[in-house]
Design a protein around this ligand. Structure first.
Ligand code: QAP
Ligand code: CO
Length: 150
């Protein structure tokens, strides 16, 4: 268990495309455990590996319904639309309105490499989309239609 440093906007690693995970080994498990602890400590609901400086296609999410780990995620279905407030642990204190699909189905591998599908709506769909985009070097900022003032 270790807390890792969260990279913030301006760090070029956040704009790089992450590599497909090939080895479902102890090193990956430690990364996922550290990402979860780091996310929880910062009171986040989602964190992608590049946010802790690792260019691998790995994500953790917990919207209050338990831990979800997505390795090599691919969104295979999207439907509907939702517009709501979004933030990011790599852009502290900045929130904006972002339009996302209301429902998504993602295909991903678990920490042992086994493929599964997960369907999420509303907040979970938003978290899946937000985190998946980190893996392609995209921040939510480029999708904000209106920044939310405090
Ligand atoms: C992505 O974002 C997300 O600015 C995860 O000061 C966003 O956990 C998924 C956070 C919205 C679903 C809906 C941001 C914490 C956390 C901050 C986060 C801050 C403290 C953001
Ligand atoms: Co983020």
């Amino acid at each position: 268990m270790a807390i890792r440093e969260i990279r913030t906007e301006g760090d070029e690693i956040l704009s790089k495309k992450c590599k497909v995970v090939q080895n479902f080994d102890m090193k990956l498990h430690i990364l996922l455990d550290d990402m979860y602890d780091t996310m929880k400590k910062s009171e986040g609901v989602g964190l992608a590996a590049p946010q802790v400086g690792i260019l691998k296609r790995a994500v953790v999410i917990d919207i209050g319904e338990g831990k979800i780990e997505l390795i090599n995620p691919e969104i295979i279905e999207e439907s509907g639309e939702q517009t709501g407030s979004e933030g990011c642990l790599s852009v502290p204190g900045v929130y904006g309105e972002v339009t996302r699909p209301n429902k998504v189905t993602v295909k991903a591998q678990d920490r042992d490499g086994k493929w599964f599908k997960l369907t999420g709506e509303e907040l979970l769909a938003r978290a899946i989309c937000h985190e998946a985009e980190h893996l392609d070097g995209k921040l939510f900022l480029e999708r904000v239609t209106k920044f939310i003032e405090d």
